[in-house]
Design a protein around this ligand. Structure first.
Ligand SMILES: [Zn+2]
Length: 70
């Protein structure tokens, strides 16, 4: 277990080891997930930021940048 800054809000959140299934939303022991976006970039985001991402269209890096401006 280590801590990484969220790419959205900058908050340090816990992330599980490499063996963790990062796509499983049952992994509540970790504070965030690495998401691969529609534009091919990868971002580590906390659950709060993931919840704030738009759900009605594909998410891009611009959406992640917008999270820090809230
Ligand atoms: Zn965040």
């Amino acid at each position: 277990m280590s801590r990484e800054p969220c790419d959205g809000c900058g908050k340090k959140v816990a992330i599980g080891g490499a063996s963790t299934n990062l796509w499983s939303f049952n992994q509540k022991s970790t504070g965030g997930l690495v998401l691969e976006l529609a534009d091919g970039t990868e971002h580590f985001l906390c659950h709060d930021c993931i919840d704030a991402l738009p759900e009605d269209r594909e998410v891009t890096a611009a959406d992640v940048e917008a999270l820090s401006e809230r």
